[in-house]
Design a protein around this ligand. Structure first.
Ligand code: ATP
Ligand code: MG
Length: 318
């Protein structure tokens, strides 16, 4: 079968309602005001897919939405960025999820109603979808209850179909971190946690201990650390720390991690060395912080190249 897509993203889909410049956090029985709002494409997987497509990569998506206004917004937003949605599943029995984001300076609080995303199952990912791509990315494990128990099977199937794979578990809203990442890591070519998530997933309090735990099972691991940048750990024992590109005027950091993933995977699927993938990861994360939400800084190749040149003094080759 022809591999029409460079990347197949499997994951959660929802809209984001972002409230900016809030005059305080919610309190029971009180009303607070926000000065600005935006309704946009949300979800880690969708931001990844959308920005990866803007970076010039052919991307398809397997996910579940409801038959409703937010579902239409999600699909239209993905299509507008060139992401193939022919594998999206419309579940008439559930609603499309939404995340309400309260932005407070560079920090934020989020409340999510998952809706349809909880009902995506590994069996919904057809072999035909896997066989249409060269790489599979999966994100937000803990938000997708229907995927949790069988997730290893999905990665195993992807490898059997000849794909390379990447995983970003993201945060566990239940904070139980009840997931044996060692069992899945042999089937994951690139593991992309942030520092806090890696510590919680491994039950350790130092990155060296976390890496010692997972190293025997893992292939490439990239640990993201916000404005401190990222560290790449290769299978053959190399460890490369790379400082973040400095952005003195951060709009917000929503989706910086997903954009990092997009930058990294965009280079990997084109066969660039891992150190180059890391540079493009850091750069895409930094570019993300120049616009509101996860996707607004990734409108077109031309605008991405121009932000990289003008704000980060970096000449992109995309
Ligand atoms: N303020 C910033 N300035 C410059 N670069 C940044 C900034 N914040 C993040 N980045 C870049 O983006 C990358 C990913 O960000 P971060 O570590 O916040 O990921 P994350 O915690 O997974 O985020 P997310 O909440 O989107 O999942 C960082 O490794 C860094 O290279
Ligand atoms: Mg993240």
């Amino acid at each position: 079968m022809e591999r029409k897509f460079q990347v197949l993203t499997v994951g959660e889909l929802n809209a984001d309602l972002i409230l900016n410049q809030i005059d305080g956090f919610p309190e029971i029985g009180k009303e607070k005001l926000a000065k600005e709002l935006a309704l946009t494409l949300g979800s880690s997987s969708a931001i990844f897919a959308s920005n990866l497509s803007s970076l010039g990569i052919k991307v398809s998506f397997v996910g579940k939405i409801g038959e409703d206004t937010f579902g239409n917004l999600v699909q239209a937003s993905l299509n507008a960025k060139g992401v193939d949605t022919s594998h999206l599943i419309v579940d008439k029995t559930s609603v499309t999820g939404i995340t309400v984001v309260l932005n407070y300076g560079e920090d934020r609080a989020m409340m999510t109603c998952p809706g349809a995303m909880e009902h995506l199952k590994v069996k919904d990912v057809a072999d035909e979808a896997l066989q249409s791509a060269r790489h599979m990315h999966f994100a937000s494990l803990f938000l997708q209850k229907g995927m949790r128990d069988d997730i290893i099977e999905l990665f195993w199937r992807a490898k059997k179909c000849g794909l390379t794979t990447s995983l970003d578990t993201q945060w566990d809203p239940s904070e139980k971190w009840d997931f044996n990442c060692k069992a899945i890591l042999p089937f994951v070519d690139v593991f992309l946690p942030n520092e806090k998530e890696l510590l919680l997933l491994t039950g350790t309090s130092a990155i060296e201990d976390a890496m010692a735990e997972i190293k025997p099972h893992a292939n490439t691991v990239v640990v993201k650390n916000g404005s401190k940048g990222s560290t790449l750990y290769t299978k053959d024992g190399k460890e490369v720390h790379l400082d973040a590109f400095l952005n003195e005027q951060v709009v917000d950091a929503i989706g910086a991690g997903d954009s990092f993933n997009a930058g990294f995977i965009s280079r990997m699927v084109q066969g660039y060395p891992l150190e180059d993938c890391q540079v493009y990861g850091n750069l895409a994360g930094a570019i993300n912080t120049t616009g509101a939400g996860g996707t607004s800084a990734f409108n077109s190749k031309e605008s991405i190249i121009s932000v990289a040149r003008e704000i980060f003094n970096f000449e992109m080759n995309i």
